[in-house]
Design a protein around this ligand. Structure first.
Ligand SMILES: Nc1ncnc2c1ncn2[C@@H]1O[C@H](COP(=O)(O)OP(=O)(O)OP(=O)(O)O)[C@@H](O)[C@H]1O
Ligand SMILES: [Mg+2]
Length: 267
């Protein structure tokens, strides 16, 4: 079971869209995928329709280890979700006060080892105990980065300081995994390769190699918004096409393959 936490120190960069679509292509390829909505603003929770709505959500999943009663099923086969049910942000205080708060999610996911191939955790675009718990639970992190040099520099600063702050988690048996940055919402006017190279230079040494930047770039395209409106994974809307830009299906496939080495063929 591979656990990936989608993080950014900034809001509105594309975390939820990326989580939903990566989960969608992995599930459509036959992998068993669990999404976890760890954002008090439950955007991922309403991204896909449900065929089964569990009585419980993330609150009980964490606090009572209520695993079975907290997993809902989406209309996409093989794609389950733990819904966010903490609109007032009480979990933040609970995690801060519980002796094992920041490692509880990691422990609970270990109970699901046989049931899923992938767990994707969507987070809030802000630092806090819930984000810490989600980062500590992951094998590695994935961050969408806006393709502008100022945002890119902010990404490096914010991410390096997050990783440094969480380094002591290793002493609690929860070493912080590496982070993969992906240039996100690129349009034709920006040179993604130049920004990627600058990011690689600026982040590799200060993060001691923990931050790497993917070659895959996700374009800014209306199909991502259309897919969200229609509540389907983006690859189902756009099949492979010839030409200079990749289709959404090719983009998501390339991303999954770069992210997860030895991934068997996607559908
Ligand atoms: N590749 C894309 N091309 C165009 N628009 C996109 C793309 N990805 C996401 N969007 C749009 O950008 C907006 C923000 O995306 P999203 O909600 O995924 O960001 P977020 O990081 O989860 O935000 P928050 O921090 O508020 O949780 C949404 O309106 C979404 O439809
Ligand atoms: Mg979001």
């Amino acid at each position: 079971m591979i656990k990936i936490t989608i993080v950014s120190t900034k809001g509105g960069v594309g975390k939820t869209t990326l989580t939903a679509n990566l989960g969608g292509i992995l599930a459509d390829s036959g992998f068993r995928v669990l999404l976890i909505d760890a954002d008090p603003q439950p955007t991922l929770s309403s991204y896909y329709p449900l065929v089964h709505r569990a009585d419980h959500g993330l609150m009980e999943f964490l606090v009572n280890s209520s695993v079975d009663q907290a997993v809902s099923q989406t209309t996409i086969e093989n794609l389950d979700i733990v819904l966010s049910n903490d609109p007032d942000g009480k979990l933040r205080d609970w995690i801060r006060d519980a002796p094992d708060g920041r490692v509880r999610l990691k422990y609970i996911l270990s109970l699901l080892e046989e049931r899923y191939d992938f767990v994707l955790i969507d987070t809030q675009g802000a630092v806090g105990p819930l984000q810490d718990a989600a980062v500590a639970a992951a094998d590695f992190m994935l961050s969408p980065i806006p393709p502008e040099i100022l945002s890119a520099r902010e990404f490096v600063r914010g991410t390096v300081s997050m990783i440094q702050r969480l380094e002591p988690m290793a002493r609690l048996g929860a070493p912080i995994g590496p982070l993969r940055g992906v240039i996100y919402r690129q349009d034709r006017t920006v040179d993604a390769k130049m920004i990627a190279d600058e990011l690689r230079r600026a982040s590799f040494t200060p993060s001691k190699g923990a931050i790497t930047i993917l070659d895959t770039v996700i374009p800014n395209a209306v199909v991502y918004r259309e897919a969200a409106t229609q509540k389907v994974p983006v690859h189902r809307l756009e099949r492979s096409r010839k030409g200079p830009s990749l289709s959404a299906r090719d983009t998501m496939t390339t991303l999954a393959k770069e992210l997860i080495p030895n991934l068997p063929d996607l559908e």
